[in-house]
Design a protein around this ligand. Sequence first.
Ligand code: AMP
Length: 464
Amino acid sequence: KFVERFKSAEMKTVKADDVEMQPPKNAGNLAPLRGMKDITSRDEIYWHTIQKRAEDICNAYGFGFMETPVLEEASLFSKSIGKDTDVVGKEMYLFEDRDGAKVALRPEWTAGVVRSYISNGMHTWPQPIKVWNYGPIFRHERPQAGRLRQFHQFGCETIGDRHPGADAELIVVAYNFLKELGIDVNVHINSIGNLEDRQNYTVELVGYLRSKRSYLCENCKKRISKNPLRVLDCKIGSCAPVIVESPQIIDWLSESSKNYFMKVLEYLDELEVPYALKSTLVRGLDYYTDTVFEFYEEGNIERAQSALGGGGRYDNLIAQMGGQSTPAAGWGLGLERIVSSLRNKEDAKKYLLEKEWSGIFFAQLGEQARSRTLRLIEDMRKQGLIVKHNLAKSSLKTQLEIANKFGASHCLILGQKEVHDGTIIIRDMDSGNQEIVDQNKVISEIKKNLKNKTKVIKLSGSNL
Ligand code: AMP
């Protein structure tokens, strides 16, 4: 009954898009910047679960945590991701700092990781370097459902290993991570070959796109000369027939790239990861070679903003950035989209790691009781009991109402008389029954009471 009460108070399903995009009605100037949002403690349950699952799965697969700065020299991103890509050309938060240096907020993880690999001399460390990262990413895009300007990515990279098994392992990590969150995943996969394959293919593609120019959207018309592969990624309906008929990159792969790709697929078969071959999947960034892939939630693959994440191999990037030639691959998953997916799931509870609360609320009456309260709560914490309270309130009625709103199973009540007698009242919030116990025995008494009830679960954040 108690858990039910908590559920109805805290876990009302709200439509994801409403939560993400709508500032509260009277927020005025205090709303965050456009496309940015606060993560409040009401959402802690989702973020806590995702972070814990990410950490656990990375440990299990031998990936170590690393973090690069939020701010980097802007040229790092234009050199690696490509200046004509949407991410750099249109979306990067770019500014001069107080010393006049051109800096940018990271629009993805890989470029920073590669910079860090080179600048920390990681090529001298045992290879491969397998790392994961987790944190905010910034892109100045037009905010809409599923598109924010500050969002979070969980990323994994394997550096120093060119083997199809490494590509497959990376895909398995993302696949299992999402599965453990109860998300059924569709893996879309393709190969875009080595640089030479891609150059040959691009010549063919550009010729084809020029012949179909009049059917393309305005953006894609510009892409023909700037970034023709991106046309294949366009989600505008009018471009779809042109894309379907376009030459397929797989026909332009060298023998070695083709073999490599076949091996990746074999490993995925071996690991029982289902996948779909997508000949138009190219990813938007310049640095990819060979394997590229994206993750979609089952039943949610047609919407433009629906990819949960994606990645691929980038064997030339480290040499291109000034390091020794080192193969690498990685991916990034968008966490806000995962939160949305969990929020909309009927059975999400099965997958959420809830934080425990003992279910105890501590109410006090009078000045002397208040000072004694903190001491008692401190002792209870040392014994593993998590206790909520509201010290500013002095009326018992108000405190009991608050305890109810939190969904407390028990209230401890300490008034002047109890301070004087060295006792305390334990109130069962369901039955209203009260018993008076010795203060010295309160911890064992309350534990006994708790044992008789369903294990109580509650988030730690106060919503009052
Ligand atoms: P990308 O590197 O652009 O493929 O992004 C990887 C993942 O990050 C996407 O599949 C999304 O889940 C997420 N993502 C990318 N851009 C945004 C954005 N503007 N807002 C929210 N999530 C995003």
